[in-house]
Design a protein around this ligand. Structure first.
Ligand SMILES: Nc1ncnc2c1ncn2[C@@H]1O[C@H](COP(=O)(O)OP(=O)(O)OP(=O)(O)O)[C@@H](O)[C@H]1O
Length: 228
């Protein structure tokens, strides 16, 4: 049985401004359950564009995207939003925490949106995730009062609250110093190895990429190494 969780086949993507150009060319991509994968390549080669398609946020492409053998391409925006809430967690370079909310409230939000658990359950889950990123002592603090590295760890706890199948990161260590980057790396490593959650990150951080299971290198809209 295949343990591929996400597969993209023959992806082509065009931008039309200022003139038509092909940003992704026949990209074939697959990632396995529990795999920690990094996408690297020079600035402008199409990494974020590919991640955006893999995350189902961009539906304007040619090709086919499947999760566990079910087609995602062609689903309605509502179905895709449900899919993202249930199966995907996102960690960005900038954490996008709500500044006026406490750490706990921020982490609870995606689970409240999903509407699958009671508030009590959600709070227990939030504490569990905060513990995983070593931030449980800060639960009642206002998130704007934390350091950048602490905020990023809270953002990871928030991304994990619904136990997503895949965590997608766009430069998750881009704004952090070495010590905090290492902390974030260790959390990702633990999640992939112990919980068998899949990690897909776009990164410019060579140490982060090298520490994972596989590196996909892109150049000019194509995968040039690490694809299977
Ligand atoms: N909305 C858009 N409209 C037109 N062109 C775009 C748009 N978004 C990105 N591009 C162009 O597509 C190409 C790929 O961009 P993308 O952001 O995917 O690159 P990247 O590899 O992630 O770069 P970086 O490492 O700098 O983040 C670039 O030439 C960029 O200028």
């Amino acid at each position: 049985m295949s343990n591929t969780v996400l597969q993209a086949s023959h992806i082509n993507k065009y931008f039309y401004e200022p003139e038509k150009f092909q940003v992704l060319e026949n990209v074939n991509f697959e990632v396995k359950k529990g795999e920690f994968l990094s996408i690297v390549g020079k600035s402008g080669c199409g990494k974020s564009t590919l991640l955006y398609i893999l995350s189902t946020m961009d539906t304007d492409y040619e090709g086919n995207l499947e999760m566990n053998g079910s087609r995602l391409t062609g689903l309605s925006q509502d179905r895709l939003a449900d899919f993202r809430n249930e199966h995907l967690g996102f960690v960005f370079q900038f954490h996008f925490l709500l500044a006026e909310f406490t750490v706990l409230q921020n982490v609870m939000l995606p689970a409240q949106k999903l509407g699958k658990y009671s508030t009590k359950e959600i709070e227990a889950r939030a504490y569990e995730k905060l513990k995983l990123v070593n931030m449980e002592d800060y639960a009642r603090k206002q998130s704007s009062k934390l350091s950048g590295g602490q905020q990023q760890r809270v953002a990871i706890a928030r991304a994990l609250i619904n136990d997503p199948t895949i965590i997608m990161g766009d430069e998750p260590t881009g704004n952090l110093d070495k010590a905090n980057s290492n902390l974030v790396f260790d959390i990702f490593r633990k999640i992939s190895h112990e919980n068998h959650q899949t990690i897909i990150t776009v990164t410019h951080d060579p140490d982060f990429a090298k520490g994972g299971d596989r590196i996909i290198e892109m150049s000019d809209g194509k995968i040039v190494s690490g694809g299977r």
